[in-house]
Design a protein around this ligand. Structure first.
Ligand code: ZN
Length: 378
């Protein structure tokens, strides 16, 4: 990319960040605006107030960035499959100004169709067994996949990927941030595909629907489980459309490596939830992991197209159809909503499964939500 274009992109990007930053600062005094909805934040992060005149995408994305805590998933110890190691091919993107084995610039900016690495450490690409060209193709594909999941809507035109040494992975209003812990050298030479899709998964839910905010925030129960599910949806979509996305066999092997480990990790957490006696707690990530593994299992068994319907159960257009979320949501309401949404999306009654997992279900709310969603999703 030429310098002029890069400069103008940088200007646009920094302008947007400044605008959103300014907006957040200006709106920091939410208490003075009693009529506005104050969106609770996750964990102990900054609370963000979103007035109705702000476009939902910007507002929700800004709130997402302010409220999202960095992921803290422990690093799984895994064995590198021998065939994936040999998959290295030289970078083909000119922007990297480098070929394999010559030093990659300390910081590089690389642009795909829906992806832009901004001022990112060159060693990220140097460490990867997958070529730069293919890394960009995977990220472009993940973006398109998530856009498909959300009925063609995206929170931004392309995902900006920025570096922050101390992060593992987290969201920003315009994309995601990755740190050293998520670099390929810590993952057998494989980019953390799942982490990248997971963070964008947060953005695609939060940045396309305020209703999602009212139902899913605060707490990890729905936010984390839906982000994990989003990542696995992209993997299923990339596998099904490998040719269309232009992904090589070696790249698919790298994805299989990372998502294989990720699935084993989620299953391990689900088993831990069972081992501990099914201690439902909407504020505990373990419960969200029991839920995400259950949803992944359903999708594997009954088809990932059902997950597209599930995502629609969090569409902004549904906000006026319910009242339960008006005074904030309880763990029981979140639990009831997701079980009803899954049941409506899959056309199956999953209540027994979730009763077995000690997920609380309010019979009356279930009935209301199920009826509305069954009609809305059909
Ligand atoms: Zn997350």
């Amino acid at each position: 990319m030429n310098n002029a274009r890069r400069a103008s992109l940088l200007l646009i990007a920094s302008g947007l960040v400044s605008l959103i930053g300014l907006y957040l600062i200006v709106r920091g005094d939410g208490e003075e605006h009693a009529s506005e909805q104050s969106l609770p934040s996750r964990a102990s992060e900054v609370a963000v107030s979103v007035p109705s005149e702000v476009p939902p995408q910007v507002a929700a994305a800004a709130a997402a960035a302010a409220s999202t805590t960095p992921e803290a998933r422990p690093t799984a110890t895994v064995t590198q499959p021998a065939d994936a190691v040999t998959a290295t091919s030289p970078p083909t993107v000119a922007a990297a100004t480098s070929v394999a084995r010559t030093p990659v610039p300390e910081r590089v900016s690389i642009e795909g169709t829906y992806t832009r690495f901004e001022d990112f450490p060159g060693r990220f690409f140097e460490e990867s067994v997958v070529s730069i060209d293919q890394i960009i193709k995977v990220l472009d594909a993940q973006f398109q996949s998530l856009r498909k999941l959300h009925g063609g809507i995206a929170p931004y035109p392309a995902c900006l990927i920025e570096y922050d040494a101390t992060h593992y992975g987290s969201t920003t209003p315009l994309g995601i941030r990755l740190g050293d812990a998520a670099f390929p050298s810590r993952n057998g030479g494989h980019p953390r595909w799942e982490v990248m899709a997971h963070e964008q998964g947060h953005n695609f839910f939060g940045g396309t629907s305020r209703f999602y905010y009212f139902v899913a925030v605060p707490g990890p129960l729905l936010q984390e489980s839906l982000a994990v599910l989003s990542a696995f949806y992209t993997y299923a979509d990339l596998k099904a459309n490998q040719q269309t996305y232009g992904l090589t066999t070696a790249t698919m092997e790298s994805l299989a490596f990372d998502f294989g480990n990720g699935r084993a990790y989620q299953e391990g957490r689900y088993r831990e939830y069972l081992r501990l006696g099914r201690p439902f707690n909407d504020a505990d990530v373990l419960t969200s992991q029991a839920l995400d593994f259950k949803m992944i299992s359903y999708a594997e068994q009954y088809g990932w197209a059902n997950i597209e319907r599930l995502a629609r159960a969090f569409s902004d257009g549904l906000a006026s159809r319910f009242t339960f979320q008006a005074d904030g949501v309880t763990g029981q309401e979140q639990s009831t909503y997701i079980v009803a949404a899954l049941s409506a999306a899959f056309g199956r009654d999953f209540r027994v499964d979730f009763h077995e997992l000690n997920f609380p279900i309010d019979p009356q709310l279930f009935s209301t939500v199920f009826q509305v969603l069954a009609a809305y999703l059909s």
